[in-house]
Structures are given as structure tokens and as C-alpha cells.
Design a protein around this ligand. Structure first.
Ligand code: GCU
Length: 619
């Protein structure tokens, strides 16, 4: 067996040099003689490591019997995770126990879980991890924590994983006692350069900064009437000498909106704030954009911001953490949801502009060649990492997709099943495949349909609470009155103005969403305010669709229990995992009934329209 980089290989075998066409962290894996002769060659060291993991994966899946000759390269250099861990050991939107990084305001003494996590992430080709919450604590970057962060970076390094950090924008005030954090103030610039130098002294391969600023109450450049680009470039200049990156988040919106104003709309925020800034970012800045314009909902149109920054590097942000999607207590296999966005064609200038081609830099060919994706992941001290065995398919799939967004989500899932459970029992393979592929559609069915988003409680983001969403100044209303429902995001609906959000898309997409007839059913109520009795393309009325979808989604969740029970005693499933997953599936089935009854009864109350099938409103 040979494992090494291409340079090492060609140095060792100067008379038979290899000429492989790969790039970035790519590698080549070749086996001959029924797997007895193995050659793993990486474009760089990371690639050699990834090749070794690929070999192990194929070995475990039993696919090495025929000769392999496989060369692959990543679609993009940025394949990061973002952990929202707090210094006190809690995790924002964490559902799997406490932090593996921090405790009591400092880095943990024992980082053995961090080493395991690094190995896990390297096996799915993730190459950097931002370890602290985007709602950053100024204490993270204080001098007494830098050695601890360095120890995390040391644990990551053998696995080709770089550490990234979220800075608190007002740190010049909080840490240094300066009177300002204005990004153009020379003292502020000096503060960030010194702080960055201090970090790189301990962590020479630090990946860079992930910045949340002027969003949801966080301090930021808008406090000084500076632009987002001026803020991003402040950090970009500080990390530039070290080859570092700045991931500048696009998740920016006003905190409150007035429901009486029919043009108020949180979804418009990001494009408005980035208006006029394309081309103004330094070349080591990447704008990191959530898949949808609001916030990790069960269904959203692709964020229009992807179409507004042709001269800026961009990355996609997804969530492995199931914040709005059942918080790891519900099964929801998310790649099909992510692909509704990555496969979406924004038709910029009337030409093919799929989101996946934008984030991998194929569409705009930015000279920096940057681009890629980040996943918010909430692993914790729980021995299953995510608090749920089946939720791990999302983390595995994220790595595979970040490498190549064109990969097939069913193949990825089945590789994961073989690697996680085994390959002896085809019934187990079929059952977990069926459950996983049915899970996101089921969740959408028993939560929010037709583009109303996930109608969760607006604080906990778990469980139904449609009325709380209606009464708040949240800017993402259902606007369900006695006759009609949906948020009118058109420019002009025929009789009056909507929020105008649809106009943020390039012409062809704008025309589709502006037009009630052409808007796909699954986003109808995202873009339009329509009578409950309006007929969908499917033939159902809006209200009857809600009733039917809720009953059918809850039924699917109930079916999952029976499907899982049919796996008891499988050769690929131990009793412990059988029981732990069963517990969650029973919970999900029950919670799906809570969802169903809460939403159908609420809808019946507001609309007064009974269910055609007599399940609601005929008491
Ligand atoms: C969501 C989430 C917050 C998080 C924010 C973000 O709103 O609920 O906890 O801070 O996204 O992505 O910054």
C-alpha cells in the first residue's frame, strides 16, 4: 500500500511519475488484484488523508472486490462547519448536550472528543470548523483564552481541519476599553490587527473569521453608518498576511416590523443591506448566505442574495442542526430540502445560474477562486454526537454534498446506512431509505404547507404556535384572516402593492413568482395572499390541502414507528440503537398528532371552513 502526496510519489518514483488531473484537496485511489495493491495519492496532504478515508469507506462497504481507479477533486475549497458553542459550555440551538470545546468560560482541559470529532469531519472532507457562536462572546478572543483555542487547533491539525473564530464586533470596546468600534477608526484597525497577530502567533494556520454584525441586536458597522463591506474588509486586511479568510454573513435584517404595513417584510433585509456593495469586498472575503431569505425554514425559495453579488465570492449556509425541523427529535433527512436551493436556477441575465454553480464559483469565476458552504452543526457531549442516531445522516451528507453538490442524495444516504449499521440486511437498508426520504416531506406536511414556512413557536422554534407568529412584529406573518392567508410578496397583486420581495429576483424568476398562476403550489403562500378556497394546480383548495397534508404527514410519522419496529432483531441493528431510535420515532408520531390537531383546528377557527372529509369542524 502506498499513501502520499503527488510530490512525494513522484520523488520516490522519478522514473514513473504520475500525471493526475486533480486539484485542491483532491486525490486518486487505485486498487488492483482484488484490493491487494493500493495506491492513494493526494494532490496535497489533506487529499492523501481523504483518499485513505475513501479506501476505508469502500472496504467497510465491501466495494473493493473489483479494481478501483477513482480520481476526485472538491467542487469548492470552503467546506466548513459552524458550531454555535458558548464559552459557558451551552450551545445555541444545541440539542445534544454541552459543548465539546468550552466549559465555565474556558476551553475544556480534556479535548479527546475534539480529536474524535476532527477525525469524523475529516472522513467527510470538512476542512475547517468555526468553534464559537456567531453571537460571539468578547471573552473568546481575550488573551487568556488564546492558548486554549490553540489546543483545539492542535487537536484538529492532524486531520487537516483548520480552526475558525467568530469575533465580537464591539471587542475594541469590551476587551481594550477603546471608546469606539467604528471599523474605519485607526485605533480599531490597530486593535484588530494586533489581536489577529496574537491569534496567528499561536495558531499559524487559523482559517479566518466568521462575522455576524448588525443583525439581531449584534453590534456592527451600521452603528457608525459604515457599510457591511467596510466591516468585512477590516477583518480581511488583518488576516490577509496569513492567508486567512473572512466569512461575512448575509443574515442581516431589521429587528422589528409593523404588521399594519403590507410592504414590511423581513425576507427583503439581506438584499437591501448589500445593495451597492458588490465588488467592494476584499478578495479574501466570502459572503455566507443562508439557503433561504428568512431562516432555515421547512421550505423557502432560494435566497435572492445569490443573484446580487456577481463580483463577490459567495458560500451557502445550511443547518445540520434541526432548529426548525424537529430539533433532532423528529427524523428529517435534509439533503432533498437543501437541493431545492442548490439546484435552483436563478436565471441571472437570462442564462443558467444554478445556486450550486454560484457557490462553487463556476458561474461568475471570481479570480480568488473561493466559494463553498458552511453547515451549522450542534454536536455535543452526547455519545451519538447529535443526540439522535438517524440525524447523523445529515452531517454525513453535508460533507458529501459540500464536496460535490451534484451527488445523489439517495446514494449518499445508502452509503451512510452501510457504514453506520452494516450491509447484511437489505430490509434494514430499504426501510431506513424509505423513512429518510419520506421524512422531510412528512415534516412539511404536518407543519407549514404551501410556503407558509415552519409554523413553529417563534422563540423556541419547536412545536406549533401559529398565533404567536401572527401577533408579533416579526416580519414573517401568515396573515391568516377570515377569508384568506399568505404573505403577499409581489410588487403589485392586481389591486395593490405587496412587499415587493419578488422583485429581488432576476427577471425570469421574478415574473414566475409575481404571477399567481405560475407560482408553484409549494411556495404559493410565500408569495401570495389568497382566499382559502383558491384551487391549487393539484386541484385541492388551499384549506383542504392543509387538512389533507396534516393528516397524511401525521400518518407517515405513525408509519415510521411500525417500519422501525419491523427492524427489531435485524443482523445490522443492536438492541441499544433499536430502542433509542424507537423512542424518538414514538415521540415524533405523537408530536406529529399535536402538530396536526393544533394546525387544522387553528385553521378551521380562522377560516370557518370544514374539512371535506369530516375530520375537522363537524362536532
Ligand atoms: C436563527 C437562530 C439564532 C441564530 C441566528 C443566526 O435566528 O434562531 O439562534 O443566532 O439564526 O443564524 O445568526
Amino acid at each position: 500500500m502506498i499513501v502520499g502526496t503527488i510530490d512525494q510519489y513522484n520523488h520516490a518514483f522519478p522514473h514513473a511519475p504520475l500525471n493526475l488531473s486533480f486539484s485542491g484537496d483532491g486525490f486518486s485511489l487505485r486498487t488492483q488484484g482484488n484490493g491487494k495493491v493500493v495506491r492513494i495519492v493526494g494532490h496535497n496532504e489533506r487529499g492523501a488523508l481523504y483518499g485513505a478515508f475513501e479506501y476505508l469507506s469502500r472496504l467497510a462497504q465491501g466495494t473493493l472486490s473489483s479494481n478501483v481507479d477513482y480520481t476526485t477533486s472538491p467542487s469548492a475549497p470552503i467546506r466548513w462547519t459552524n458550531e454555535w458553542d458558548n464559552m459557558d459550555g451551552s450551545i445555541e440551538r444545541g440539542y445534544a448536550g454541552n459543548s465539546i470545546f468550552f466549559e465555565n468560560g474556558a476551553v475544556l482541559a480534556n479535548l479527546s472528543r475534539v480529536t474524535q470529532y476532527a477525525r469524523l469531519l475529516a472522513s467527510i472532507r470538512v476542512n475547517a470548523v468555526v468553534v464559537n457562536n456567531v453571537n460571539a462572546d468578547p471573552a473568546t478572543l481575550e488573551s487568556n483564552n488564546i492558548n486554549g483555542l490553540g489546543r483545539i487547533a492542535d487537536a484538529f491539525r492532524p486531520y487537516g481541519i483548520q480552526l475558525g473564530l467568530s469575533p465580537y464586533f464591539a471587542s475594541p470596546v469590551n476587551i481594550s476599553g477603546l471608546p469606539t468600534y467604528d471599523p474605519l477608526d485607526s485605533r480599531v484597525i490597530a486593535f484588530w490587527q494586533n489581536k489577529t497577530d496574537e491569534i496567528y502567533k499561536r495558531i499559524p494556520d487559523m482559517a479566518g473569521y466568521l462575522v455576524k454584525a448588525s443583525s439581531e441586536g449584534q453590534p456592527g458597522p451600521l452603528d457608525y453608518n459604515r457599510t457591511l463591506a467596510q466591516a468585512a474588509n477590516l477583518f480581511a486586511k488583518a488576516v490577509k498576511p496569513y492567508g486567512g479568510l473572512v466569512m461575512y454573513r448575509g443574515f442581516i435584517y431589521d429587528a422589528t416590523y409593523d404588521k399594519a404595513d403590507w410592504t414590511a417584510d423581513r425576507a427583503k433585509g439581506a438584499v437591501d443591506y448589500f445593495n451597492g456593495l458588490d465588488g467592494k469586498f476584499d478578495d479574501n472575503v466570502v459572503v455566507q448566505i443562508k439557503y433561504g431569505p428568512v431562516d432555515f425554514q421547512v421550505r423557502e425559495p432560494a435566497s435572492p442574495l445569490f443573484s446580487h453579488l456577481p463580483s463577490t465570492s459567495m458560500a451557502l449556509e445550511v443547518e445540520v442542526s434541526q432548529e426548525y425541523l424537529g430539533q433532532q427529535c423528529h427524523l428529517a433527512y435534509l439533503p432533498p430540502l437543501w437541493k431545492t436551493v442548490t439546484d435552483f436556477d436563478l436565471r441571472i441575465n437570462g442564462t443558467s445560474s444554478r445556486v450550486r454553480d454560484i457557490i462553487t464559483n463556476k458561474r461568475f469565476k471570481h479570480p480568488s477562486r473561493l466559494g463553498g458552504s458552511a453547515a451549522v452543526v450542534n454536536v455535543g457531549q452526547n455519545s451519538t454526537w447529535l443526540g439522535s442516531h438517524l440525524a447523523m445522516s445529515n452531517l454525513y451528507a453535508y460533507g458529501r454534498l459540500a464536496w460535490n453538490w451534484e451527488s445523489d442524495e439517495t446514494e449518499i444516504l445508502q452509503d451512510w446506512v452501510r457504514l453506520t449499521f452494516g450491509r447484511r440486511d437489505p430490509h434494514l437498508m430499504n426501510t431506513i431509505t424509505q423513512m429518510s426520504l419520506a421524512s422531510w416531506p412528512a415534516y412539511e406536511n404536518y407543519t407549514g404547507n404551501l410556503g407558509t414556512m415552519t409554523i413553529t413557536d417563534i422563540y423556541t422554534h419547536f412545536g406549533p404556535n401559529p398565533q404567536r407568529r401572527e401577533s408579533k412584529t416579526s416580519g414573517t406573518w401568515l396573515r391568516a384572516d377570515e377569508k384568506s392567508i399568505g404573505m403577499d410578496r409581489t410588487v403589485w397583486n392586481g389591486t395593490g402593492p405587496g412587499t415587493g420581495f419578488a422583485r429581488q429576483y432576476p427577471d425570469e424568476v421574478y415574473q414566475m413568482y409575481e404571477d399567481l398562476e405560475n407560482t408553484p403550489d409549494n411556495l404559493l403562500l410565500w408569495f401570495h395572499h389568497v382566499p382559502y378556497t383558491r384551487r391549487l394546480h393539484s386541484g385541492e383548495t388551499v384549506v383542504q390541502h392543509f387538512y389533507n397534508a396534516h393528516y397524511s404527514g401525521a400518518q407517515t410519522a405513525a408509519d415510521f414507528v411500525r417500519m422501525w419496529q419491523s427492524l427489531h432483531g435485524s443482523a445490522d441493528l443492536d438492541e441499544e440503537r433499536y430502542q433509542e431510535v424507537l423512542f424518538r420515532q414514538v415521540f415524533q408520531a405523537g408530536h406529529a398528532l399535536v402538530w396536526r390537531d393544533a394546525i387544522v383546528n387553528w385553521l378551521h377557527n380562522v377560516s370557518g371552513i370544514p374539512d371535506d372529509l369530516g375530520r375537522v369542524g363537524h362536532h
